[in-house]
Design a protein around this ligand. Structure first.
Ligand SMILES: CC(=O)[C@@H](O)[C@H](O)COP(=O)(O)O
Ligand SMILES: NCC(=O)COP(=O)(O)O
Length: 237
């Protein structure tokens, strides 16, 4: 069964709109776990537009499942990881100005940098993951840098799911097979939803974890957080 890690960025987005502490990100993360989430994901961006540095440390004190910190591995990010030692650090190639993550790493071009970062993470006892598209050269490159897992960038899958789900999943099936054959663990995320998750899960047999935020928090507005999490968990069985 693939684990569900709930990304709580959007909870912080709502909180920051008023500058106070409503909704409380720590409480929501604890409730996500109480409702069955098997991990909490955050992406502390440099501009702190949602998750702040303080949130990273506050969540570290309470998360009892898997704590996954995503981000571009600059000095700030690496300090956060060193000081909190999460279960997993997911390296994302986002520049500081992107609206949201919109591409995976070129693991060939950034081989030296990624190798150094992954070896540092291993030294700290933090599982490493890198965000990649389905291009086989990036999957092979991921193996070369010594990372533990890939996180498949599922934005393109989600974008094309409704028009032709078999075409949308095709490259993910081959990328996941290649990654599995290379001994890499397989995570996935970005724009996964109640609509497209079941087919993704059924098509990718070795899926270890999905991290889901945007759609899940939007669904919770209508269904409530507990019912929403249970629905996502059901699709991952
Ligand atoms: C790495 C990734 O896939 C992202 O989905 C990310 O964590 C979302 O970031 P935002 O919440 O800032 O859009
Ligand atoms: N790694 C993907 C993630 O954490 C959540 O992405 P999204 O569901 O907010 O698109």
């Amino acid at each position: 069964m693939a684990k569900l890690s709930v990304n709580v960025n959007k909870i912080a987005t709502i909180r920051n709109a008023r500058g106070g502490d409503v909704p409380n990100v720590v409480q929501v993360a604890k409730d996500c776990e109480r409702f069955g989430a098997e991990g909490i994901t955050i992406h502390p961006r440099p501009d702190e537009r949602h998750i702040t540095t303080k949130d990273v440390y506050d969540l570290d004190k309470v998360v009892t499942t898997e704590y996954n910190i995503e981000g571009y591995p600059d000095e700030r990010f690496m300090r956060l990881v060193e000081e909190t030692r999460p279960t997993q650090a997911t390296l994302v190639p986002d520049g500081p100005d992107v609206l949201t993550s919109n591409a995976g790493w070129d693991t060939v071009k950034y081989k030296d940098m990624l190798t150094e970062i992954c070896s540092q993470l291993a030294e700290w006892g933090v599982r490493s993951a890198i965000f990649v598209d389905t291009n086989p050269s990036n999957i092979n490159g991921a193996k070369e840098v010594g990372v533990d897992r890939i996180e498949l960038y599922t934005g393109p899958y989600a974008d094309h799911y409704e028009e032709d789900k078999d075409a949308a999943i095709k490259d993910y099936i081959s990328a996941a097979k290649l990654a599995h054959d290379l001994g890499l663990g397989i995570n996935a995320g970005h724009d996964l939803s109640l609509l497209n998750l079941a087919f993704f899960k059924q098509s990718i047999p070795n899926l270890a974890e999905v991290s889901i935020g945007h759609a899940l928090i939007a669904d919770a507005l209508y269904l409530g957080l507990e019912t929403t999490i249970k629905k996502y968990l059901e699709l991952l069985k």
